[in-house]
Design a protein around this ligand. Structure first.
Ligand SMILES: Nc1ncnc2c1ncn2[C@@H]1O[C@H](COP(=O)(O)OP(=O)(O)O)[C@@H](O)[C@H]1O
Ligand SMILES: [Mg+2]
Length: 455
């Protein structure tokens, strides 16, 4: 293709957006990357523009004034607000679905109904609009744990695995009576707990063609050993050793293609990223949720491993010409990412602590640090969010990648820095109703139930 001519606007200011800006800026097709609002990390590869990701008017104006060729929308919130529709109406090329497609992520009830309509495998579930009915239901149950989900967007904080009716009722009250998560919790889903191994599979789609990206394993819970509350994601590994080609084909044929088909027949145009959050159970893949945008931190692993230029894929997705693209090429090495969080996250936490050691971390071989909640202040970098950054590294195997990622991560300091220390180590499966904890029998054919790296 031709010389660098494109101006790309990335909307958002977290780790995913730093990763996207970093990859997009490396494209020979790109003249300039803008990031709105960006963070202290994006500003090293893109021009930060002080417009919030939820400021639809401001972003539309920015795209017009700067004559942007392609807008890549990072976070779910502007997608759910209809930013993509607004920009497309004004003639811009946009990577990201419209408001209708974003409902797949923005409403758990809508997503579960869609899954059932399209006969895509997912856990059994019930919807509740009243706390009384939800609590009676919980009290009638005997198989624990169960999963309670707020219907609306909660930034990874709206899902609760509960072990008893009592615990469940406390969650129901917090969501539906005390409105701890606002309107997002005014409706809830109570869902079967699915034991298995969790996997994120993302695919670019223009509504007609899928381009499936490499699978990534995310670590959702705050503490080592998958304990404590859910977060937006505390670490990543890719590739994922338990994922076979056969499993990827199953995910494609049972989940991604039916979803694409469902979107089409339901009249929803979807040009962007379809993210399937999956539980790989003994009975095969089950969908936990869909997201309508690149995962964070999964994207950090994708951009590290993707050899191909990402920009032609983003453009083809936005234009509806994905069919003409070849499958991307990937680094076969392992990428590990360690997320550093602010003390207290995912509950309340402080901001504004000075971060040191970033240059030393960046000098570790094969390491790249992506900023999440950071901001520049004079010549300093300060914490500015719950998930502050993600130190990634590539290695010949998971052990090498792990050593390098933690070596980079350990150079970085701020007051209250918190991270899991078990990213990339074998994981123990969590038991579901009627299953035994740590059962090592050959549930996954190869007998590798315990963890993905213990072969
Ligand atoms: N049915 C389920 N069985 C077991 N674990 C689940 C189930 N649903 C969700 N989870 C766990 O909770 C996490 C968050 O749930 P998810 O539906 O992805 O919501 P969100 O990402 O919006 O918080 C998942 O990543 C998974 O670890
Ligand atoms: Mg999720």
């Amino acid at each position: 293709m031709s010389a660098a001519t494109l101006k790309v606007l990335v909307v958002g200011g977290g780790g995913r957006e730093h990763a996207l800006c970093w990859k997009i800026a490396s494209s020979p097709l790109v003249k300039e990357v803008l990031c709105a609002p960006g963070n202290a990390g994006t500003s090293s590869v893109a021009r930060s523009v002080d417009v919030a990701a939820s400021d639809l008017d401001g972003l539309a104006r920015l795209a017009k004034d700067e004559r942007i060729d392609l807008v890549v929308i990072g976070p779910e919130e502007p997608l759910a607000l209809g930013l993509a529709d607004r920009l497309r109406t004004r003639g811009h090329l946009v990577f990201g679905p419209g408001q209708a497609g974003a409902r797949l992520e923005a409403s758990k009830v809508f997503a579960k109904e869609f899954l059932d309509r399209q006969r895509i495998p997912t856990g059994a579930w019930r919807r509740f609009e009243r706390s009384g009915a939800a609590k009676s239901y919980l009290e009638s149950q005997s198989g624990w744990p169960l999963v309670i989900k707020a219907d609306g967007l909660c930034a990874g904080k709206g899902v609760f695995v509960v072990e008893s009716a009592q615990e469940g009722c406390t969650v129901v009250d917090a969501l539906m009576e005390e409105k701890k998560l606002g309107e997002a919790g005014s409706e809830i889903v109570i869902e079967e707990f699915l034991p298995g191994r969790e996997l994120s599979v993302m695919a670019l789609t223009d509504g007609a063609t899928l381009c499936v990206l490499e699978p990534v394993m995310d670590y959702k819970q705050i503490h080592d050993g998958d304990r404590g509350p859910n977060t937006g994601g505390m670490g990543i590994v890719s590739p994922v050793s338990f994922v076979t080609q056969r499993l990827m084909r199953q995910i494609e044929s049972r989940v991604l293609l039916p979803a694409l088909h469902g979107l089409r027949i339901e009249g929803i145009e979807f040009r962007g990223l379809l993210y399937a959050g999956l539980m790989i159970t003994e009975a095969g893949p089950r969908v936990l949720e869909f997201n309508c945008r690149f995962g964070d931190p999964e994207t950090q692993a994708i951009v590290r491993r993707m050899h191909s230029d990402l920009v032609p894929y983003l453009l083809a997705t936005a234009k509806g010409t994905l069919e003409a693209e070849r499958p991307p090429e990937w680094d076969t090495r392992t990428c590990i990412g360690v997320v550093g969080a602010a003390q207290g996250y995912p509950a309340s936490y402080e901001k504004g602590h000075m971060i040191t050691g970033l240059a030393e971390a960046g000098a570790v071989p094969e390491a790249v640090v992506f900023h999440g909640g950071t901001k520049s202040d004079h010549h300093q970098v300060l914490t500015n969010g719950g998930r502050v950054l993600c130190a990634t590294a590539l290695g010949e195997d998971v052990n090498v990648a792990r050593e390098l990622a933690y070596a980079a991560f350990d150079h970085i300091q701020w007051s209250g820095k918190y991270a899991r220390r078990d990213i990339g180590l074998p994981r123990v499966l969590r038991a579901g109703p009627n299953t035994e904890l740590d059962e090592p029998a050959g549930a996954f054919g190869g007998g590798r139930v315990r963890g993905e790296h213990d072969s």
